[in-house]
Design a protein around this ligand. Structure first.
Ligand code: RB5
Length: 149
């Protein structure tokens, strides 16, 4: 599995923590910045991660800003991106199971490092139910999202 990571300054510290933890587990990570804790514009990094996912250069994206809102709004402008702001693990499970979310957005100012990692863990390990016979309705709905563009 390969994960593309991005943050602004508000998400920088959490992004570094998640990157180092995933790497220590042998998960391949592409860190697309920001590489500094100084002010950075979240749409720039949302675009980098979203394009990486769109071009199939990574399996999932993780975007972190202060609230996760700016990142999710920005990433969802890119075709093929289903970015979900998940404040807890249940959101992360449902974002994968029902929405086939391919980018996880986190709000660094509202969750602990421990919770953030739990959210990441369930997000990257939960399957989209649309890939199974009992989840056909989810497949249909996600296909309808794609037609909105
Ligand atoms: C930066 O202060 C903050 O606006 C940003 O990290 C994010 O929360 C925007 O949605």
């Amino acid at each position: 599995m390969k994960i593309a990571l991005g943050s602004d300054h508000a998400g920088f510290e959490l992004k570094e923590y998640i990157r180092d933890t995933l790497k220590s587990r042998g998960i391949r990570v592409i860190d697309l910045g920001t590489h500094y804790p100084t002010p950075a514009d979240y749409p720039v990094y949302a675009k980098k991660v979203a394009k990486t996912i769109r071009n199939s250069q990574a399996d999932f994206g993780i975007l972190i800003c202060g609230t996760g809102l700016g990142m999710s709004i920005s990433a969802n402008h890119i075709d093929g991106i289903r970015a979900a702001l998940c404040p807890d693990t249940q959101y992360a499970i449902l974002a994968r199971e029902h929405n086939n979310a391919n980018v996880l957005c986190l709000g660094a100012r509202f969750i602990s490092q421990k919770l953030a990692l739990e959210i990441v863990d369930v997000f990257i390990s939960t399957d989209f139910l649309g890939n199974f016979p009992q989840g056909k309705r989810h497949k249909k709905r996600v296909a309808l999202i794609d037609q909105l563009k």
